[in-house]
Design a protein around this ligand. Sequence first.
Ligand code: ZN
Length: 240
Amino acid sequence: MIQKLSQGIFDLNLEHNGMHPVLIWSEQDGATLIDTGMPGSLEVIQESVREAGVAWNDIRRIILTHQDIDHIGSLPAIVASLPSKPEIWAHSGDADVIEGKAPFLKMGADRIATMPEPMRQALEQLSVDLKDIRITRLLEDGEQLPVGGGLRVIYTPGHTPGHICLYVPEEELLLAADQLIVKDGLLTGPNEAFTPDMPLAIKSMSKLTSLAIRRVLCYHGGVYDQQPEEAIEKLAHASN
Ligand SMILES: [Zn+2]
């Protein structure tokens, strides 16, 4: 079930795999999709957008929080399904991967070898399809985006070189992507197994401590609203 986080902001909550893309809609700016799920998620995302009461063709832009396949997996399919080309925004640190010019950071031959054949094929197809993607705007740390009444980019490298969080000041809402995870009811840092530069990820955590945060939406784990500021403060001071 999708969840309305505030006026015009929806947690798309893909229940089949526990991922949480976000939809932001306003009369003025149209619809913005944040992250696109695994390969093959087009239909379930379309359904969620419909559930939010937003027309699919209203999607004007797609923001990618980072290059991992569970975030960009359905990007080519979503772009192809929209009659007018959406804008595509991401940080330069992951741009080459998103545009199919560089291999996925975390998809070495060893890992791919452990995957079931259909997944391997989907990845291969994705690598081909991403070559047609062109990022239309490179996002920079601290900039205010004309989405949802002002969405602030917070550059949080470590999990990937181009990872970003997005902050909605009016709602004191942090869209944490993979910088934070809700696990067993607790707010934790990024998954170490999939975070190549953990010291940098922890350094990035300290950029979140100056924000007023009432709620966090984690791409993995969903909403966390039990005094997230305290938890983030602790995570920022974790030694590694
Ligand atoms: Zn992820």
